[in-house]
Design a protein around this ligand. Structure first.
Ligand SMILES: Nc1ncnc2c1ncn2[C@@H]1O[C@H](COP(=O)(O)OP(=O)(O)OP(=O)(O)O)[C@@H](O)[C@H]1O
Length: 263
């Protein structure tokens, strides 16, 4: 592994963990993603940004296998995953989060995380009926809740949590899978200013020793968390670099001009 750069005390490798080559998606006669080459570096925090309709969701849906590419390849740790079923990605260490809430409102916080832990380990519920294993599972679930600022609240029903805390709980259920690569779809969507700061703190912490690829409209969050940014426009890569580099790129400024989500 080449030395790479430091981020949050962790080495960001120059080696890519995820790579797309010539990725293309056409819907009938309309090409939403055109020949996109993108490399996400191991232990990097990478953002995918771009004006509305740029193709971010389509790209994300290709990576997470919700859509099948028309052309091109998706490589994860050098393995071609372009045709792998979405349901198999967690087994490979890839987890998509934050788009659809994975929180079960009628279960307690502890039960929610425990369920994710059981699922992540791919074991049957009966295995955990052994008391020692159950205690270990509860301890691990409590520790994950503490990691996201919900320590000591395991007995509360998830449905009563305010929105920001639900996001934190969802992060705990994601971390239960011990993902190597986390794919976050607009994690700040719908959050108020205070919660944005809190979830950004949690993501920063969660990113240590992991790789994150995130679609996000909030440029303050992108500037704070991400060491690499790819800008998409009309389905193509317009620019790539640090926040300082892409935000001063005239082509990027031009692509955002007149948009309500401008950087
Ligand atoms: N299933 C589909 N069929 C036809 N066109 C589609 C489909 N999905 C997306 N598109 C088109 O592809 C283009 C890119 O859409 P996409 O949702 O990927 O953009 P985006 O960057 O995520 O936008 P936003 O920031 O508004 O969410 C748009 O012009 C959209 O209308």
């Amino acid at each position: 592994m080449s030395p790479g750069r430091e981020r949050g005390g962790c080495q960001v490798s120059d080696e890519s963990i995820l790579e797309t080559r010539g990725l293309t998606k056409a819907f009938g006669g309309f090409t939403a993603i055109k020949d996109v080459d993108l490399k996400v570096r191991r232990h990097g925090f990478h953002a995918l940004i771009g004006p509305n309709g740029a193709g971010k969701s389509t790209f994300f849906n290709l990576i997470t296998r919700f859509l099948t590419p028309t052309e091109g390849t998706i490589l994860y740790k050098g393995q071609d995953i372009s045709r792998v079923k979405a349901a198999r990605l967690p087994d490979l260490g890839i987890l998509r989060s934050f788009q659809i809430s994975a929180v079960f409102p009628r279960l307690t916080l502890l039960e929610n995380v425990r369920l994710a832990l059981q699922h992540g380990k791919g074991v049957s519920y009966r295995f955990w009926q052994n008391e020692t294993s159950l205690n270990e599972l509860n301890d691990r679930a409590e520790s994950l809740l503490a990691d996201v600022g919900l320590g000591g609240r395991g007995a509360e029903p998830a449905g009563t949590l305010p929105y920001g805390s639900k996001r934190a709980l969802e992060l705990a259920t994601t971390l239960a899978f011990e993902p190597e690569l986390m794919l976050l779809d607009e994690p700040m969507a719908g959050l108020g200013t205070e919660d944005i700061g809190r979830i950004a703190d949690l993501l920063e912490k969660a990113s240590h020793g992991r790789t994150i690829l995130m679609v996000e409209h909030n440029m303050h969050v992108v500037a704070r968390l991400c060491d690499r940014i790819t800008v998409l426009a009309r389905g193509e890569v317009l620019a790539e670099g640090t926040y300082a580099e892409v935000s001063s790129d005239p082509r990027v400024i031009e692509s955002y001009v007149g948009r309500s989500d401008a950087a």
